[in-house]
Write a protein that binds this ligand. Structure first.
Ligand code: SIN
Length: 524
């Protein structure tokens, strides 16, 4: 096999399909089923400036999109990467359309909305608030009709390397046992780590697998401390666990306002963009207001839209509200911040190459420099589309110069595994919005309270991944003694003058450690 793609969300399927077009022998591997990832839950849309659509009369431009991305990223974006990825958006969206994705309004008059941090209406969407579901449908249909090789129900336990250090394939595990898949290149497109937290907008499969695989393979990672909380998950009651329904920012883009439970506006005077401030600002303001009023949620008032418009424009949100007995046309929606997106990840260039020869990464698992300390809304689907294509093209280009790998070297070592429930509780208590050194140390103790286990089941593999991902996020969070973007330290409330990315690698004992000096993608 030339290329094994791990993950079948927007970045993974885009990469696999592009690699097939380039004539590579490709297999896409997923631990569940093709459609069962995070992509299908994405609501708002794709942030993209389309020539001929947005430039006039809205006056939007790629430069304006770059400026909004840099402002949201709180000083840690890599401007060259931001520009390269955003400028490639139209081409990537056209490729997605060629796979059959259909956008609201039809292409000639495609509809656009706004989300947090955007100063222009540039977010295109599908199915009202079901953009991710439409993307996943189109790419999965295309994969099946092109007979892309799909390995479902296979957990990846290790990226195998040959005796020169080059990637040589994957160690796999299913309910029947383990096996080896030989591949000249591996692309990680496994998504994020929302399941590190007790409550998250992420699918159950978001267990930090790719981050853990890359760290164990020796790859450099960065910006791991920046875990973004979405300001408005549907409030399901005190202590609700697992995947929480999302209330897309586009509802605020269409004029909904945030109120506390006494009816006072939450965002007045907080930021010039009000309820459409960047996501870190809104989530922090809600958290402060909940603390000040002693409540565990706030309210999102979208009643001005009326029932018919809510059902047409936001069918997913409407159905989620109705499922808990809330009628958003007649009453405000109860909402609360929840873990949503990992802004950092495996360091890659703007072609998806990691620091390990033969290992590539794209989508949420990767750190390209696009997001900095806080991702701009709806830049993630765009990044998946652009970087999926680019990574496939990089694999093909690199094959022209690389030699064939030697035999893979499976290793079935013992892995540290912490208790998943305790880990989620302590990450939620100490590594969410508002962190301090004592809390981070307490969470690290939970992540270090492990037993060393042979990985025998897919659940063991996930738990080992979560344990390593937690330790890596906590190491980075402890090392960043300032507040910036979605990393809010109550013991270091201000931003430091020096802007730097913190990188993390595994030491010889397999422990994640911050690597100094930190110099990644233009930010030192
Ligand atoms: C949303 O629709 O609010 C989420 C979009 C995103 O995470 O970018």
């Amino acid at each position: 096999m030339d290329l094994a793609v791990v993950g079948t969300g927007v970045a993974g399927l885009t990469a696999a399909l592009r690699a097939v077009e380039l004539g590579l022998r490709v297999v896409a591997v997923t631990k569940t089923t093709v459609e069962d990832g995070n992509t299908r839950w994405a609501q708002g849309g794709i942030a993209v400036v389309l020539p001929g659509h947005h430039a006039s009369p809205a006056g939007d431009s790629v430069d304006a999109h770059v400026a909004d991305t840099l402002a949201a990223g709180a000083g840690l974006c890599d401007e060259a990467a931001v520009r390269a990825i955003l400028a490639a958006g139209p081409c990537a969206v056209n490729a997605l359309r060629a796979h059959g994705a259909v956008f609201d309004g039809g292409w000639a008059d495609v509809q656009r909305t706004r989300e947090g941090g955007h100063r222009a209406y540039r977010v295109i969407h599908a199915g009202g608030d079901a953009t991710g579901a439409e993307i996943e449908r189109a790419l999965a249909d295309s994969a099946r009709s092109r007979q892309l090789a799909l390995l479902e129900g296979q957990s990846v336990t290790e990226v195998l390397r040959d005796d020169t250090g080059r990637v040589a394939g994957l160690a796999l595990l299913d309910e029947l046992g383990d096996g080896v898949l030989r591949a000249r290149a591996v692309l990680l497109a496994t998504g994020g780590l929302g399941q590190l937290y007790a409550a998250s907008t992420n699918a159950d499969v978001a267990t930090g697998d790719g981050l853990a695989l890359a760290l164990r393979a020796g790859a450099l990672t960065a910006d791991l401390e920046f875990v973004q909380f979405h300001p408005t998950a549907l409030y399901l009651g005190t202590g609700s666990r697992g995947r929480q329904p999302l209330i897309t920012e586009a509802v605020r883009g269409e004029g909904a306002v945030l109120l506390d439970t006494a009816g006072a506006p939450v965002m007045t005077g907080v930021h010039p963009l009000g309820a459409l401030a960047p996501r870190d600002v809104v989530a922090a303001a809600i958290t402060r207001r909940m603390a000040a009023t002693g409540t565990d949620h706030v309210l999102l008032d979208a009643t001005h839209l009326g029932g018919a418009e809510l059902r047409r424009r936001f069918p997913t949100v409407y159905a989620a509200c109705r499922s808990i007995g809330v009628d958003p046309s007649g009453e405000p929606i109860p909402v609360v911040p929840a873990a949503h997106y990992h802004c950092g990840g495996v360091v890659t260039d703007t072609s998806g190459r990691t620091t390990v020869p033969g290992l590539y990464a794209a989508g949420e698992v990767a750190r390209t420099g696009l997001h900095g300390a806080n991702r701009l809304a709806s830049n993630s689907l765009l990044e998946g589309l652009v970087m999926g294509r680019r990574a496939a093209e990089a694999v093909a280009a690199d094959f022209m110069v690389s030699r064939c790998p030697g035999p893979p070297l499976p290793s079935y070592d013992l892995r540290p595994v912490a208790d998943r429930d305790a880990l989620q509780q302590s990450m939620s208590a100490h590594a969410g919005i508002g962190r301090d050194s004592a809390g981070l140390a307490a969470a690290s103790s939970v992540a270090e309270a492990t037993t060393r286990r042979r990985i025998r089941t897919p659940r063991d593999a996930e738990d080992a991944g979560l344990t390593l991902a937690a330790a890596a996020v906590l190491a980075a969070a402890a090392a960043r003694t300032e507040s910036r973007g979605c990393h809010l330290r109550t013991d270091h409330p201000r931003a430091a003058k020096r802007r730097r990315s913190i990188t993390v690698v595994l030491d010889d004992a397999g422990t994640p450690v911050p690597a100094e000096p930190a110099l990644v993608g233009g930010v030192a």
